[in-house]
Design a binder for this molecule. Structure first.
Ligand code: GLU
Length: 326
């Protein structure tokens, strides 16, 4: 069954989600990265980007927060765009670990079974794969310009966050070196530094919503009209987000909402409804798995209200909206 929704329905759903969730007080800011502990906990914004490039936004959608693990998504796409999905599957994999994002045990349990670019170990591997291999500046330029193309506007590192992460990323250092024996394809310290820098990029909920809409729109940015990546990668990255986007809580999330989404410890959650829209919520306080409490509630409400469940028998489409083509 096809269910047509219009921009007004999206606006209403976003506003309702905002009103229902704005007084939610659960969770607490990440504090293992000192910068994140000091971000105001009451920030809250929701943004959706539609296939014609229209953005619907409520709340703090222009505040620049740390993209954190949501950055694993663009880098995974970039690696697949450079090498092809099959080679990334072989070199890193696409299996959920069922364990926390920074789990060292997950690496030990792999027993050389590949993992996924959407947990820390696989994300550091993805950074090591990005071309030009061996060239830190070249890799960084490739990643940052790819993120800007997806988001439709420039992005930059929040220096204070980058310093804060670099001073405290002992666990990730162990991962980079432990992983090195067979799954890091460049200098491990360089790969880790690129990963740390990409996590420290500042983005707004609007920018992330545009990024999500570009992914939903087969790699064509609906705001700028630029073809950013190969169209066949949308189902590949959406499947990765669906299987591991909430770490050890991924199954519960998918069961509840059916929305492929990726969280970050900065408080952002980016949801992708292939062929339909990108939808994002941001609020810093997190649950025990590192996922924003308020943003989860807001997106779960919107997914239910608009029938965004990708496993549902009702297919949701935007009425009268022609997707932007390159
Ligand atoms: N930079 C963070 C880390 O690697 C990102 C974690 C996350 O957002 O899940 O620990």
């Amino acid at each position: 069954m096809i269910q047509k929704i219009d921009k007004k329905a999206v606006q209403d759903a976003v506003q309702m989600a905002y009103d229902r969730c704005k007084n939610e007080t659960g969770g607490k800011n990440a504090d293992y990265i000192p910068y994140l502990a000091d971000v105001p906990s009451n920030l809250f914004g929701i943004a959706a980007c539609l296939p014609d490039g229209d953005v619907v936004a409520v709340g703090d959608t222009d505040y620049k927060f740390g993209i954190e693990s949501v950055s694993k998504v663009p880098t995974a796409i970039l690696a697949m765009n450079q090498y092809g999905g099959q080679e990334v599957l072989g070199k890193i994999g696409a299996d959920a670990t069922g364990l926390p994002f920074n789990s060292i045990m997950a690496i030990l349990l792999e027993n050389d079974h590949p993992s996924t670019p959407l947990v820390n170990a696989g994300a550091i591997s993805a950074c090591s794969m990005i071309k030009p291999v061996g060239d830190s500046d070249g890799k960084w330029k490739a990643i940052v310009s790819f993120i800007a193309d997806l988001a439709g506007s420039d992005v930059a590192v929040i220096d204070e966050l980058y310093k804060s992460e670099t001073a405290t990323n002992f666990n990730n250092k162990s991962i980079a070196w432990l992983k090195n024996y067979n799954r890091i394809y460049d200098d491990p310290d360089m790969a880790l530094d690129i990963y740390t820098r990409q996590c420290s990029i500042g983005v707004t909920a609007r920018q992330l919503a545009t990024m999500a809409a570009t992914i939903a729109n087969s790699g064509v940015n609906p705001v700028t009209g630029k073809a950013v990546f190969k169209p066949e990668l949308t189902p590949k990255i959406a499947s990765m987000m669906a299987t591991v986007g909430f770490y050890e809580h991924t199954g519960d999330w998918l069961f509840t909402t059916g929305l492929p989404a990726k969280t970050g410890v900065g408080g952002g959650i980016m949801g992708v409804v292939p062929g339909v829209m990108g939808v994002v919520a941001f609020a810093p306080p997190l649950d025990g798995a590192g996922n924003s409490v308020k943003a989860q509630k807001a997106l779960a409400f919107i997914a239910g209200h608009l029938n965004l469940n990708v496993f549902g028998t009702t297919r949701c489409v935007m009425a009268g909206k022609e997707p932007v083509k390159a």
